[in-house]
Design a protein around this ligand. Structure first.
Ligand SMILES: Cc1ncc(COP(=O)(O)O)c(C=O)c1O
Length: 489
């Protein structure tokens, strides 16, 4: 039943998208800011219904399947929320003195030790606010390490073409020259191509493992040894650690630096790329460079923030941790324990392989090998036969209440969909997803134009891609303008 206030499927009279072609929007108009606000004459019930309706338009893993590859949209247990809402945590002032924040620093110190032991690292900084922030933090550490050694010529960062997109971006942001390494026909980094690039200019090699094809780098030990022989450091992008926790450890593979996405692996809410928590781990030779301060204990056994770390790169954000994100992840780790964490990793891998085996019956799976937590399939053949692209399949899934998989990434696979079911989905949901995707593929052969029209049942339908492209080329963005007093945009 359409709402009285808002037409079903329209962005709503609470605002509309308009071209902001260089003109200041109504928001930025000083006179408009001084004028009385044109508040609509509405009852509390009208407002409650409006916001409740808007909340129903949210897409979340609490209501629907969310197979967004690389993003690990798994269910975040409500227990995490309950624990992070404890008054002792939420009422703590960020500038509370150490002796007034013993419990909080203790929790952070325990978390730091737990991550070090789970991933085979000497120490972790809990400071970075997200995965990419962790990458930059680690690259800054590597820079300072080589500076201290007087190895100023080490300015090359090697990044395989199956690494996450943020890796080359982070390396470039700290001033490294990024060199890409191709992958083999098996979807793994080409070891001989890597070795051919190793010389005295190598600073770091950043490996996403499992890589963005969902495959484990099975020559990883040879790679770390080769990079070390050339005097470089190995960096482990551990954002995909939900496939390995409790099974294997980057420290044991020889990595010097790594980051984690607590907001993926350890079930902390995230969306739109964060905010979250991206702790950085380091082995013994790199840990002095970790951001400062670090949680520690003084001679009396009290918990303190240790700032006496002369080699540290310093602070990378205003506070030592995104505290409540860490509390949530800590609760998750305590509840599951070592065996539970391992079982979750195994289940994530099992679910991904279950889907891979079913999806390959009607879509190409180009690297059809035993995958880890995710896999990549391709609609290239379907596009040749019907004109229906990966984008169309993803949009079709929206009509069935399924979030679109990651599309067109990694770029080594044309027309690709990257699918990550996570360990929290049951077999019924996985089967229903496969059936929906299969029906879309069948439908694409029968009536491709109809598939290309989808979605038909979402509040926002397809945007005019050609028009968006034209506007973007002219440097014109889309801006939101507030409603006028009569409720019309
Ligand atoms: C493998 C990998 N590395 C790095 C990142 C970047 O993490 P964030 O989005 O928290 O910055 C992601 C994000 O999903 C990722 O999947």
């Amino acid at each position: 039943m359409p709402s009285l206030l808002f037409e079903q499927g329209a962005p709503g009279r609470g605002g509309d998208f308009v071209r902001g072609a260089g003109k200041p929007s109504q928001y930025l108009d000083a006179a408009a800011l001084r004028a009385d606000l044109p508040l609509p004459d509405l009852t509390e019930l009208d407002v409650a219904r409006h916001f409740t309706e808007l909340s129903h338009r949210n897409f979340s893993v609490d209501t629907n399947f969310y197979p967004l590859g690389s993003c690990t949209m798994k269910y975040n247990p409500k227990l995490n929320e309950a624990v992070s809402a404890f008054a002792g945590f939420t009422d703590l002032h960020p500038y509370a003195p150490d002796d007034g924040a013993q419990g909080a620093i203790r929790l952070l110190a325990h978390m730091e030790r737990t991550l070090a032991s789970l991933f085979g690292m000497d120490a972790f900084s809990l400071m970075p606010a997200a995965g990419a922030h962790g990458e930059i933090t680690a690259m800054l550490m590597a820079k300072k390490y080589f500076k201290d050694r007087g190895e100023h010529e080490r300015l090359t960062c090697i990044v395989p073409d199956t690494a996450h997109g943020t890796n080359p971006a982070s390396a470039a942001m700290v001033g490294y020259n990024v060199v890409s390494i191709p992958s083999t026909a098996r979807g793994r980094t080409d070891l001989s191509a890597l070795r051919a690039k190793l010389d005295g200019s190598i600073a770091v090699c950043m490996m996403t493992n499992p890589n963005t094809l969902g495959l484990f780098e099975d020559e990883i030990v040879e790679m770390t040894a080769s990079v070390h022989d050339a005097g470089g450091l190995m960096y482990y992008d551990g954002a995909n650690a939900n496939a390995i926790v409790g099974i294997t450890r980057p420290g044991d593979m020889g990595f010097d630096l790594m980051h984690l996405n607590l907001h993926k692996t350890f079930s902390v809410p995230h969306g739109g790329g964060g905010p979250g928590s991206g702790p950085v781990g380091a082995n013994a030779r790199l840990s002095p460079y970790l951001p400062s301060p670090m949680p520690a204990r003084d001679a009396s056994g009290a918990y303190v923030w240790d700032e006496q770390r002369p080699k540290s790169i310093g602070m990378v954000r205003a506070f030592p941790a995104h505290f409540l994100a860490i509390v949530r992840a800590y609760a998750y780790i305590i509840v599951h324990g070592a065996d539970g964490l391992r079982a979750n990793s195994q289940l994530a891998v099992l679910n991904a392989n279950y889907l891979r085996a079913k999806v390959k019956k009607f879509l190409t799976v180009p690297y059809d090998d035993h995958c880890r937590h995710e896999f990549v399939c391709s609609a290239e053949q379907l596009k040749k036969e019907t004109g229906v692209r990966a984008l169309d399949l993803a949009k079709g899934l929206l009509d069935a209440g399924v979030h679109a998989p990651t599309m067109y990434w990694p770029h080594v696979v044309p027309e690709c969909l990257m699918i990550e079911p996570t360990e929290t989905e049951n077999r019924h949901t996985l089967d229903a997803f496969v059936e929906t995707l299969r029906e879309l593929v069948v439908y694409a052969h029968e009536d491709p134009a109809a598939v290309q029209q989808r979605p038909l049942h979402t509040p926002v339908r397809r945007v005019d891609e050609a028009q968006v492209g034209r506007l973007a080329n002219k440097g014109i963005g889309l801006r939101w303008s507030p409603p006028s007093s009569d409720g019309n945009a």
